[in-house]
Design a protein around this ligand. Structure first.
Ligand SMILES: Nc1ncnc2c1ncn2[C@@H]1O[C@H](COP(=O)(O)OP(=O)(O)OP(=O)(O)O)[C@@H](O)[C@H]1O
Length: 285
């Protein structure tokens, strides 16, 4: 469990960045942090993995303040994927890269070798490839794999899909979904509301160093005040449902106006078409 209790944080004493942030993330959740540029999302992530310590308030991992956890202990509990995979990659082959974390934690050995082999197979890597010669999407996958291989209970992803094309994005996010289904807590900073809608079950919205909304994903993405306050663009289906309800008031109270996904929209439109046909038939009879 991760708890922020009235956390204040800054990089320079005179310039507060986080101004009293509180939330609790329970084990196994998939939480997205969203909001405008400079809202404090990445700073919040740096506090989760202990790279930054609070000026006031507490960040607790499983009940222990990060100020009392050694760096190696924090690294065992929280895996961190940086925005840019090149900040993370440092070895000459894929295999060495995947073993690097075990070596840093003093856990190299046969068990680590086995885990690395399994990950190479799962991700479809070539063990001898030079990481720096891989394309952007493959480097991002390798950076993710180097965290997944250590099996931390919590994974923090800072904009994991930035700079990836649609296929690369789907590949990275499918792996993220898989580790979440295996029980990993996932905390993700993301600007792409389509990705947020597809994967996260809860959204924490930040603006100017504070939390302005914290709710199930679609409650956030359908909340016009929140969308406006944090300059968020809702996913296309949500936007379509808003527009249909606005332009055709007869739909405002129907499932069309509440559809969050393509499947929900299809079902709602089919239901409306059936109802309209039934009315027409009864009028003609
Ligand atoms: N290393 C740093 N030193 C000084 N100021 C920083 C540093 N990193 C971030 N900041 C400042 O802290 C504020 C919050 O930045 P942060 O990166 O946490 O926001 P964000 O919500 O993640 O934004 P973005 O979506 O653009 O990544 C910004 O004003 C930023 O300029």
């Amino acid at each position: 469990m991760i708890e922020f209790d009235d956390v204040h944080a800054s990089y320079e004493a005179t310039l507060p960045i986080l101004k009293g942030v509180s939330f609790t993330i329970r084990d196994g959740e998939f939480v997205a942090f969203v909001g405008t540029n400079g809202a404090g999302k990445s700073t919040t992530m740096r506090l989760v993995n202990g790279l930054l310590k609070p000026d006031a308030g507490q960040v607790l991992i499983d009940g222990v303040p990060t100020t009392e956890l050694r760096t190696s202990e924090l690294a065992r509990r929280v895996g961190f994927l940086f925005q840019n995979p090149d900040s993370q990659i440092c070895c000459n082959t894929v295999r060495e890269e995947l073993l690097f974390g075990f070596k840093a934690l003093g856990q190299a050995g046969p068990e680590a070798d086995e885990r690395v082999d399994a990950i190479i197979e799962e991700f479809g890597f070539d063990a001898d490839d030079d990481p720096f010669l891989l394309n952007r999407g493959a480097r991002q996958l390798l950076a993710l794999a180097s965290i997944v291989v250590l099996a931390p209970p919590v994974v923090v992803l800072d904009e994991p899909t930035t700079g990836l094309d649609y296929r690369e994005c789907a590949k990275v996010m499918d792996i993220v979904r898989r580790i979440h289904e295996r029980g990993t807590t996932v905390i993700m900073v993301c600007h792409d509301m389509e990705v947020v809608a597809d994967y996260a079950t809860r959204c924490i919205v930040m603006s100017d160093g504070t939390v302005v909304d914290d709710a199930p994903t679609f409650d956030v993405l359908r909340n016009r005040d929140t969308l406006e306050r944090a300059s968020l663009v809702p996913p296309q289906i949500v936007d379509l449902s808003f527009e249909l309800a606005r332009d055709m008031p007869q739909l405002a109270e129907t499932a069309v106006a509440r559809a969050n996904t393509v499947d929900e929209m299809l079902a709602a439109v089919a239901e409306e078409a059936r109802t309209t046909q039934d009315v027409e038939r009864s009028v003609c009879a």
